[in-house]
Design a protein around this ligand. Structure first.
Ligand code: AMP
Length: 380
């Protein structure tokens, strides 16, 4: 039987993984980067995908599509509240959203297919064989038309989608939780722009979604914004400069804020540096983890309300959760880990890379389907 790959088709980044002699592995591209940014841009030379497309986000926002996952299986009326967030043009045809890129318009599955094709090519190059079959993950709250749109994207990309599985189920598989035969699992997923909490019940190898909740506009980008705001105020106080008038410097400031945040997941203090415009000098300051945490605490607290609601909807108290799994790059923050640990009263699973865990689990599911893991029946 030909090889089946596992794909995490994410809002911000996408990944492809496969089973390598019993161990799931994510496939890296150039520069050993495992994530393909879920971005498609129209350039003078045609459509481009991933890292090169991301470069166009600030320069050509009107022809650079990101977060297309938010539009999968939806009509324009469903996304009215989202429109303000997006600089590219959305229209509708036959009840389906179309995304305008230059002269042409594309459906969300067509754009997603470009991302999937990039992952397919990456897998083919790494594994040296043609890849035509995949398992693709979706959020637990995706409805039938969003799941169908994901399958359509696979088909357009030349992939037979053997199974669509829920992201929290995939994360649980990556940690081998199916081997426990039963229990309740909370999957806390905090990425760059979205937060999802899912409560699952595992019984005899079957994962059932008991409840989901979250916030579709809460994540690491918000942490970056509060840090950047602190720096902006500092720059104004120290240099009398309103940096907001300089878009390139604002972008550099946001990136520096993100880098400082990431360093503070491993260190307790860091130095931030930024060249200011028109020879007005250089901004420098120290940021401690403690300062970062006091800035971000209200945002982290905002994730706990949906967790409590999901527990309530599942009819469970926090201590009745047997396993807690962390997903998404923002769960590397010690503050996030502490708050989640405190809420559920148990140590969350966090030793796998939180950006890769969903793709790894998709590869485990792919392996089960291809008969590599023969003693397991798995349903979702
Ligand atoms: P994801 O959408 O899961 O790829 O998560 C991306 C988010 O994770 C971005 O907001 C990143 O800034 C954030 N992130 C990645 N690494 C770290 C880290 N070491 N500490 C804190 N946040 C991180």
């Amino acid at each position: 039987m030909s090889r089946i790959v596992g794909i995490d088709l994410g809002t911000t980044n996408s990944l492809v993984a496969y089973m390598d002699h019993g161990t799931p592995r994510v496939i890296a591209g150039r520069h050993e980067r495992t994530m393909v940014p879920s971005v498609v841009a129209l350039t003078d030379n045609g459509l481009i995908v991933g890292d090169p497309a991301k470069e166009h986000l600030t320069r050509h926002p009107e022809r650079t599509v990101y977060s297309v996952k938010r539009f999968m299986g939806k009509g324009l009326a469903d996304v009215q509240d989202e429109l303000a967030y997006f600089p590219y043009t959305l229209t509708e045809k036959g009840g389906v959203i179309r995304i305008q890129l230059g002269e042409k318009s594309y459906s969300p599955p067509q754009i997603s297919a470009m991302i999937l094709k990039e992952l397919k090519l990456r897998a083919e190059a790494a594994l040296g064989e043609s890849i035509t079959k995949a398992v693709i993950t979706v959020p637990a709250y995706f409805n039938d038309s969003q799941r169908q749109a994901t399958k359509d994207a696979g088909m357009i990309a030349g992939l037979e989608v053997l199974r669509i599985i829920n992201e929290p189920t995939a994360a649980s598989l990556a940690y081998g939780l199916q081997e426990k035969t039963q229990g309740t699992i909370a999957v806390y997923d905090l990425g760059g722009g979205t937060f999802d909490i899912s409560i699952l019940k595992l019984k005899n190898g079957i994962f059932e979604v008991l409840a989901t909740n979250g916030d579709t506009h809460l994540g690491g980008d918000d942490f970056d914004r509060v840090i950047a705001d602190l720096f902006l105020a500092d720059i104004h106080a120290q240099h009398g400069l309103a940096l907001a008038a300089y878009p390139d410097h604002m972008q550099a400031l946001r990136l520096e804020a993100e880098r400082a945040k990431m360093r503070l997941s491993d260190e307790t203090r860091t130095t931030v540096q930024l060249d200011l415009p028109e020879g007005t000098g250089r901004f420098m300051r120290e940021l401690t983890r403690e300062q970062l945490e006091s800035l971000c605490l209200p945002l982290v607290e905002r994730t706990l309300g949906p967790c409590r609601q999901a527990l309530k909807d599942a009819g469970l108290a926090p201590h009745e959760i047997d396993e807690v799994v962390l997903v998404g790059g923002s769960t590397r923050m010690p503050l996030v880990r502490q708050r989640v640990h405190a809420l559920f009263g148990k140590q969350p699973h966090c030793n796998l890379n939180p950006d890769e865990v969903v793709a790894l689990g998709a590869a485990v599911q792919a392996d089960i389907l291809s008969g590599g893991t023969t003693d397991m029946l798995l349903l979702d």
